[in-house]
Write a protein that binds this ligand. Structure first.
Ligand SMILES: NC(=O)c1ccc[n+]([C@@H]2O[C@H](COP(=O)([O-])OP(=O)(O)OC[C@H]3O[C@@H](n4cnc5c(N)ncnc54)[C@H](OP(=O)(O)O)[C@@H]3O)[C@@H](O)[C@H]2O)c1
Length: 272
C-alpha cells in the first residue's frame, strides 16, 4: 500500500547518503518509481541500480515543474544546484530541504519561484528508516503541502513539526547530533568496563550490545524512558548505586544540558 500523501510527481536533487535514504524510504512506502526523477550528476552504483529496478528516472532531460522537489545536496552545493533546478520551482511547487544551516530565507533567495518551503533536519538513523526529523514550514505552505512534506519525511522515521524555524538549531543539537552522544555512551561504557577488569574487547562488545538492545527496547516500548529505567532499578541494588552517581547534581543531566547548549550555539554560528 502506498503511504497517504506522497506526491504525484517528485524531483530529488542530490541522491547521496541522505537523499538515497529518502529515496529508499519512499519506494519502500509504495511510491511508484516513475513518479520520481533524480537529479544528481554522480549517483552511486547502488542508487543507480535502485533507480533502474523501480523505474525512477535518472537525470532525465526536459523535466517539468514537479508537485514536490526535495533538496538533499551538501549545503555548500546549494548555489550550484539552484542554478540548474530553479526553473523547476513554481509558486505551486513544494520545496523540502534537508540542508543543514540553510534557512527558509536562504532557500527562497536561491529559488525565486518558491513559496511553500519546508526546512527539515533529519539524522543519521534515517539510513535505516529510524531517523528523527524536525521540520518547519514557510507561512505560504498549505496544510495539504505540509501533509505531503510529512509523508516524504516520514519515509525515514519520526517527524516533529516546529512552530518556529528558530527551533531547528535546537533540533540539530538534540536529534541531529544526538546519535554521536549515544555512540560516545557506548565508548565510555566500554572503557569503564575495561577499567572494572573486563578484557577490553569483551567490554566493548557488551557495551555496544547494551546500548543497541536498550535503544531497541526503548523504540519498541510505549513506556517513557524514565519508567523503563525505574523498572530495572531495585532499591538498594547495583543499578541504583550507579544511577546515584549518574543522577547526582553534577551528573549526566547538567552535562547533557551543557552539551546540547554548545551544539545549539554552534548551529546558530554556522547558519550565520
Ligand atoms: N547524512 C546525514 O546524516 C544528514 C543529516 C542531516 C542533514 N543532512 C543534510 O543532507 C544533505 C546531504 O548530505 P549527505 O550526507 O547525503 O551528502 P552526500 O552523501 O555528499 O550527498 C550529496 C549528493 O548530492 C550530489 N550533488 C552535488 N552537487 C549537485 C548538484 N548541483 N545537483 C545535483 N546533485 C548534486 C552529490 O554528488 P557529488 O558526490 O558528486 O558531489 C551527492 O551525491 C546535506 O545538506 C546535509 O546537511 C545529512
Amino acid at each position: 500500500m502506498t503511504r497517504a500523501g506522497l506526491p504525484a510527481s517528485l524531483v530529488l536533487v542530490g541522491a547521496g547518503k541522505m537523499g538515497g535514504a529518502l529515496l529508499e524510504g519512499w519506494l519502500a512506502d509504495g511510491l511508484p518509481g516513475p513518479r520520481v526523477a533524480v537529479v544528481d550528476p554522480a549517483v552511486s552504483p547502488e542508487t543507480a541500480r535502485l533507480c533502474g529496478t523501480h523505474g525512477v528516472r535518472l537525470n532525465p532531460p526536459g523535466l517539468g515543474a514537479p508537485e514536490a522537489l526535495v533538496l538533499a545536496i551538501k549545503p555548500q552545493g546549494l548555489e550550484g544546484a539552484a542554478a540548474s533546478v530553479a526553473a523547476l520551482v513554481t509558486p505551486a511547487t513544494l520545496v523540502v530541504s534537508v540542508l543543514a544551516g540553510k534557512t527558509l530565507a536562504d532557500l527562497k533567495a536561491r529559488l525565486p519561484g518558491a513559496r511553500a518551503v519546508v526546512r527539515a533536519m533529519p539524522n543519521l538513523p534515517a539510513s535505516i528508516r529510524r531517523g528523527a526529523t524536525g521540520a518547519a514550514a514557510s507561512p505560504e505552505t498549505t496544510e495539504a503541502q505540509r501533509r505531503v512534506a510529512d509523508a516524504l519525511l516520514s519515509g525515514v522515521g519520526l517527524v516533529e513539526w516546529l512552530d518556529s524555524e528558530d527551533l531547528i538549531d535546537a533540533v540539530t543539537a538534540v536529534s541531529g547530533s544526538g546519535p554521536a552522544y549515544v555512540f560516545l555512551l557506548a565508548e565510555a561504557l566500554a572503557e569503564a568496563g575495561a577499567a572494572a577488569g573486563l578484557p577490553p574487547e569483551v567490554a566493548a562488545r557488551l557495551a555496544r550490545q547494551t546500548v543497541a538492545g536498550a535503544g531497541e527496547l526503548l523504540g519498541r516500548s510505549p513506556q517513557e524512558a524514565a519508567t523503563l529505567r525505574q523498572n530495572v532499578t531495585s532499591p538498594g541494588g547495583t543499578t541504583a548505586a550507579a544511577l546515584g552517581v549518574l543522577m547526582a547534581g553534577d551528573g549526566l543531566a547538567p552535562l547533557m544540558r551543557a552539551a546540547v547548549a554548545a551544539a545549539r550555539r554552534r548551529a546558530e554560528e554556522l547558519a550565520g
